[in-house]
Write a protein that binds this ligand. Structure first.
Ligand code: NAP
Ligand code: COA
Length: 274
């Protein structure tokens, strides 16, 4: 089968699209011919991202907005639509995270993550609805394994991303009749990103440990996630909606491994099989 993922003249908007995983997604669409808008808070991130995206030779727009601010999200979308018309692909991936025990976390610390990840995703989708191509638009939310796997020191992100999953499913129900598909990607640990630096791997030893946790025995790449986004937004994904899809080398299946390791059962089983 010849697979064609051409997005020439399509309009793609990526919130949180100036760095990391979301920038990787924005770049993949730009490389396939799309007109791409990236949105985030910091002017310097927006400037650096738009400069890199222009190399692909298609339309590039950058906007500064905080997804916690409903009106600023609306303004960023209106600018983008004025430049490129109805939105074909909307990606909501802005997020914040830090490691903290719930008993030491301030109310504002918990709220900051809920507001960026969950309320922010609602703002992006709610403000975009009137601008999405109907029928035909694809919305992709970026969730995380925390949405289904409870993780220590991640109470805020677990709660927020669980909400993102359900928002994805509920709006797939509500907006499906407009011909809009809504899905979520749940990345595993993606090499070189802020998320991995903050949560898993600051030293080589921690990186090796993170790698060993993945059944495929490698960290993910920006391309791994971007390829799934291209597929989901393309006609090849035309009957997929309301799905939360892990792209994690099988990592989400491994949550029981630390328990087996702690009890020594895994080492025992490995010794028996060698
Ligand atoms: P990242 O590079 O820090 O990306 C976050 C982006 O969101 C940045 O562009 C940031 O730019 C923007 N942002 C943050 N707060 C914002 C706000 N209030 N309003 C608007 N934009 C905001 O992180 P990443 O590690 O690539 O993560 C990207 C996504 O993947 C997140 O949704 C994360 O939960 C998910 N994820 C990551 C991993 C991983 O391995 N890294 C694993 C699972 C899920 P500004 O600072 O300029 O605003
Ligand atoms: N441990 C405990 N609390 C923390 C914390 C940490 N490491 N980092 C921030 N907080 C608390 C702050 O103390 C503050 O609460 P307070 O007012 O009660 O003191 C609250 O969180 C908000 O912090 P602030 O720095 O004002 O928020 P912000 O809106 O400027 O930034 C963050 C939001 C904290 C999520 C910031 O880390 C961020 O912008 N992250 C984006 C990038 C990112 O996290 N990428 C990885 C994605 S997986």
């Amino acid at each position: 089968m010849h697979i064609d993922l051409d997005f020439k003249n399509r309009h793609v908007v990526v919130f949180g699209g100036t760095t990391g995983i979301n920038f990787g997604i924005a770049e993949a669409f730009a490389a396939q011919g799309a007109n791409v808008t990236v949105v985030s808070r910091r002017e310097e991130n927006v400037a650096a991202a738009t400069e890199k995206l222009r190399v692909h030779g298609h339309g590039v727009h950058g906007a500064c907005a905080d997804v916690r601010d409903f009106d600023s999200v609306g303004r960023a979308l209106a600018e983008s639509v004025a430049a490129y018309g109805p939105i074909d692909v909307l990606v909501s991936g802005a997020a914040g995270n830090f490691f903290a025990q719930a008993k030491n976390m301030s109310s504002n610390g918990f709220k900051a993550v809920i507001d960026i990840d969950l309320l922010g995703t609602f703002h992006v989708m709610r403000q975009a609805h009137e601008h999405l191509r109907k029928p035909g638009a694809a919305v992709i939310n970026i969730t995380a394994p925390q949405s289904t796997i409870p993780m220590r020191y991640q109470s805020h992100a677990c709660a927020a991303k669980a909400g993102v999953d359900q928002l994805t499913r509920v709006l797939a129900l509500e907006w499906g009749t407009d011909g809009i598909r809504i899905n979520a990607i749940s990345p595993g640990p993606i090499d070189g990103t802020e998320g991995v630096k903050r949560l898993m791997a600051q030293s080589d030893a921690e990186r090796e440990q993170a790698t060993n946790m993945v059944p495929l025995q490698r960290l993910g790449t920006l391309e791994d996630i971007a390829n799934l986004a291209l597929f989901l937004a393309s006609p090849y994904g035309s009957y997929i909606s309301g799905a939360v899809i892990p792209c994690d080398g099988g990592g989400a299946l491994e949550s029981v491994k630390p328990v087996l390791e702690a009890t020594g059962r895994l080492a025992e089983a490995q010794a028996r099989s060698t």
